[in-house]
Design a protein around this ligand. Structure first.
Ligand SMILES: O=C(O)c1ccc(O)c(O)c1
Ligand SMILES: [Mg+2]
Length: 652
C-alpha cells in the first residue's frame, strides 16, 4: 500500500521532517497547515523539495469548523477555502481534509451540512481537487464515521468522500464493522493511529497520547481490515499527535512509523488468511463486502523465542576481572575463553554470561562510550534466518561481527538504543553454541544445564524510547505485553511493562520514568537511552542461595524492618516464613496464581545489579508491589554512586 504520514507526527522543521520521512521509505505525506505556514519558502519550493525526496503530498489539512455554520461564517469559510485551494494547486496536493465542526455555532442539521460540503466539493472540483470529510470524536454534531458517511451521501458530490481515522472511531468504542459496507472508492483517505487505553477527555487523549499502531491497545488491526474489505485501495497513513514524538529524534520516529505500518499490514494479512481458512458459521449474514483490493505485506512469522541463550557484557580487562569475581561469588563457573575473541563465558545452570573485552570490537566501543554494560543478548529461536529476515523487513538493522573458523554464525540485529540481539538456533542449544565458539575448560553434562535460568532481563529506557521498544518487542521479537505497573522511586514516578514470549521462557521488563532524577532515567541516560539495569536469576531455594552468596561476600540491598511488619498485615504468612524473609532480607509478593520471592544485590557496576528470584505456581509478575521499597532501599544504600574504586573495595 502507498504509505503516508502526517507531518504533525514528528519533531523538526518541515524540511527535516521530510528528509526523515523519505529516509524511512514513505511514499507520501499529509501536510499540516502549520508546518507549511512556518516554512520559509514558497509552495513551489516545497513541492520541488518533496518531489526530490520522492514524496507525494497526498493531503492538506485540517480545514475546520466549516459545515453547518450560519450564513456569514459559511461565506467567509468558502473564501478561505478558495485561498487554500490556490495553495493546494501550487503544492500539487489533490485532497483537502475537512474535519467535523466543533464550533458552538454549528447547527445540528445534516441536510445543511451536506449542502455546505456539496458547495465546498463543487469549488474543489472546478480546480480538479477533492475534499474528504472526517468525523472528529469531539465534533459538535458529527462524531461517528456513520454520521459523516450519511452527510457525504446526502451531499451527493463525486469529489466529496469520507476520511477515516481509526482513533476517532476506536476512542468512542464505535464498531468499525460497518465500514466494510461503504463503497471503497467513496473513502478518500485512511488515517491510522493507536493509543494506550486512558480514561480522560477524548480531545486531550487524541492530541497528546496517540501512538503508532502496535504501540497502543486499540484494535487497529480490525479497523484496517474492515476498511480494506470496503474495497479501499488508497493510502495507508499515520496521523499521530504525541507529545513525546514531537521531541524525539525524527529519524527514529520515522523508522518506528514505517515498522508500525509494515507490521500492521502483515497482521491484517494474517488475520485475513485465518478468516478465509475458517468457514463462516451458519446463519452469519454477509454484508455487500468487496474483496480486499490491495496486496498486503507478507513476512516470516513472528519468532517464537524459546530461551535467553546468553547476556553479554562490554568490559575492559580490569572490569572483566571485577565482574568475573562477582560472578564467581554468585555461583557462576568460568567455562572458558572464546576461540577467536577476547571473551570469557561464565555459566550457572542455564544462565550464561559472556564478558567481552575484544579490542576494536563493537563491545569495546560500547564500553568506551558507556562503561561496563550489557551490549548484547542471545535469544534461542527455531528459525534464526526467518527471524532476521522479518526483523530487517521491519526496519531493523542487521549486525555482522567477524566469525572465526568453526564458530557459529548467528544472525543478529541492533535493537533500539544499540544493544545487539543474536538469534541462536534452538536446535543448537547452549551446549552446541558454546561448544563451537568457546574452548570449554571442561565438558558440559546434562546436570550442568539444570537449575538456574535467567528469569528476566530488566531494561531502563528514556521516556522517548518506550513506544519504540514496545513496538520492537512486539513486532520484531514477537513478545506480548503484560500488565503495566506504576510505582514511586524516591525521586519520581516510574512505570514498567513486562513483555514475554508465549511460554514465558523469555521475559523482558521495560522501565521508564518522566522524572529526570529516578534510577530508571539515570540508568538509561548513562547508556544513550537504553540500559540493562538488572538480570534476574531464578533459584529453587532463595534462602539457601542468599546465604551462599553472602558467605562469599556478596552484599544485598538492605530492606528495612518496617517492610516486614507491613508484610505481616498484607499477607497471611506463616510466622516462620516471615522470620526467614526478614532474616534474609528477601522481598515477597503474591498474586492469584502463586508467590514471588526476590532480592537484589548492591550495584555491581553503575546502576546495574543482579536479582535472585524464586517464582512459584505461575506467579505472573515481577514483584512490582515491592519496587518502591527496593528503590528507596537502593537510594539509601547510595548504590551506584561511588567510584569504580570505592565499589571495588566495598563489594569485591
Ligand atoms: O485534533 C484535531 O483537531 C484533528 C485535526 C485533524 C485530524 O485529522 C484529526 O484527526 C484531529
Ligand atoms: Mg484525523
Amino acid at each position: 500500500m502507498h504509505k503516508s504520514i502526517a507531518t504533525v507526527s514528528m519533531s523538526g522543521t518541515l524540511p527535516e521532517k521530510l528528509e526523515a520521512i523519505a529516509a524511512a521509505g514513505f511514499d507520501g505525506i499529509e501536510l499540516f497547515e502549520n508546518d507549511f505556514i512556518g516554512f520559509r519558502g514558497t509552495a513551489g519550493e516545497l513541492r520541488a523539495r518533496a518531489a526530490d525526496l520522492g514524496l507525494s503530498i497526498d493531503l492538506y489539512q485540517p480545514f475546520r469548523d466549516f459545515e453547518g455554520m450560519p450564513e456569514p461564517q459559511f461565506r467567509k469559510s468558502l473564501e478561505r477555502a478558495e485561498r487554500k485551494f490556490d495553495l493546494m494547486q501550487a503544492l500539487g496536493v489533490p485532497l483537502m481534509l475537512c474535519c467535523s465542526n466543533t464550533s458552538p455555532l454549528a447547527m445540528d442539521d445534516q441536510a445543511l451540512a451536506a449542502a455546505h460540503l456539496h458547495e465546498l466539493a463543487e469549488r474543489a472540483s472546478r480546480r480538479g481537487l477533492r475534499v474528504g470529510f472526517e468525523a472528529l470524536a469531539w465534533g459538535r454534531h458529527t462524531r461517528y464515521y456513520g454520521q459523516a458517511w450519511s452527510i457525504v451521501q446526502q451531499a451527493e458530490h463525486p469529489d466529496l468522500g469520507l476520511i477515516l481515522d481509526s482513533f476517532h472511531t476506536l476512542s468512542l468504542h464505535d464498531d468499525p464493522a460497518g465500514i466494510a459496507d461503504i463503497p471503497g472508492d467513496r473513502i478518500f483517505f485512511l488515517q491510522m493511529a493507536d493509543a494506550p487505553l486512558l480514561s480522560m477527555d477524548v480531545m486531550q487523549w487524541a492530541r497528546h497520547h496517540r501512538n503508532f499502531p502496535g504501540q497502543g491497545e486499540l484494535d487497529v488491526e480490525r479497523f484496517l481490515l474492515q476498511t480494506l474489505r470496503s474495497g479501499y485501495a488508497g493510502p495507508l497513513s499515520l496521523e499521530i499527535f504525541n507529545d513525546v514524538f514531537r521531541e524525539a529524534s525524527n529519524r527514529r520516529i520515522a523508522v518506528d512509523a514505517m515498522r508500525s505500518l509494515r507490521y500492521l499490514e502483515n497482521r491484517v494479512l494474517n488475520r485475513l488468511q485465518t478468516v478465509q481458512a475458517r468457514p463462516e458459521p451458519a446463519g452469519v449474514v454477509q454484508g455487500p463486502q468487496a474483496q480486499v483490493q490491495v496486496p498486503l505485506l507478507s513476512l516470516p512469522p513472528a519468532p517464537s523465542l524459546k530461551a535467553i541463550a546468553f547476556v553479554e557484557f562490554a568490559v575492559d580487562e580490569p572490569h572483566a576481572e571485577l565482574l568475573g569475581a562477582v560472578l564467581q561469588k554468585t555461583g557462576f563457573t568460568r567455562e572458558g575463553d572464546h576461540r577467536s575473541k577476547a571473551a570469557t563465558l561464565y555459566r550457572k545452570g542455564h544462565a550464561a554470561l559472556v564478558l567481552n573485552t575484544e579490542p576494536g570490537s563493537f563491545a569495546r566501543a560500547r564500553f568506551g562510550s558507556f562503561g561496563a554494560s550489557v551490549c548484547a543478548i542471545g535469544l534461542c529461536v527455531d528459525d534464526p534466518d526467518g527471524a532476521l529476515e522479518r526483523a530487517t523487513a521491519l526496519c531493523s538493522m542487521p549486525f555482522d561481527s567477524p566469525v572465526g573458523p568453526g564458530e557459529i554464525v548467528t544472525p543478529a540485529i541492533v535493537s533500539p538504543g544499540g544493544i545487539v540481539i543474536h538469534f541462536i538456533p534452538s536446535a543448537l542449544g547452549q551446549t552446541g553454541l558454546f561448544g563451537a565458539d568457546f574452548a570449554l575448560e571442561r565438558p558440559w553434562s546434562a546436570a550442568d544445564a539444570a537449575g538456574t535460568v535467567i528469569d528476566h532481563v530488566a531494561l531502563c529506557l528514556n521516556l522517548d524510547q518506550r513506544d519504540t521498544w514496545v513496538l520492537f518487542a512486539r513486532a520484531v521479537l514477537g513478545l506480548a505485553s503484560e500488565a503495566r505497573e506504576q510505582y514511586a522511586d524516591p525521586y519520581g514516578l516510574t512505570s514498567s511493562l513486562g513483555v514475554s514470549s508465549g511460554e514465558r521462557s523469555v521475559r523482558l521488563v521495560l522501565a521508564v520514568s518522566q522524572s529526570q532524577r529516578t534510577r530508571a532515567t539515570l540508568a538509561a541516560n548513562a547508556q544513550g537511552g537504553v540500559a540493562v539495569s538488572h538480570i534476574s536469576l531464578s533459584t529453587d531455594d532463595i534462602f539457601a542461595e542468599v546465604r551462599a552468596w553472602r558467605d562469599k561476600g556478596v552484599a544485598f540491598v538492605a530492606i528495612p524492618g518496617n517492610y516486614y511488619d507491613d508484610l505481616a498485615t498484607r499477607f497471611d504468612l506463616d510466622p516462620d516464613l516471615l522470620a526467614r524473609l526478614r532474616n534474609h532480607g528477601v522481598l515477597f509478593d503474591r498474586d492469584a496464581a502463586g508467590d514471588y520471592f526476590h532480592i537484589y544485590t548492591e550495584d555491581v557496576s553503575e546502576r546495574f545489579c543482579f536479582e535472585l528470584t524464586q517464582r512459584s505456581d505461575g506467579y505472573a509478575g515481577y514483584g512490582a508491589s515491592n519496587s518502591a521499597i527496593k528503590l528507596a532501599a537502593q537510594a539509601q544504600a547510595g548504590a551506584g554512586r561511588g567510584t569504580e574504586l570505592a565499589r571495588r573495595s566495598r563489594f569485591v
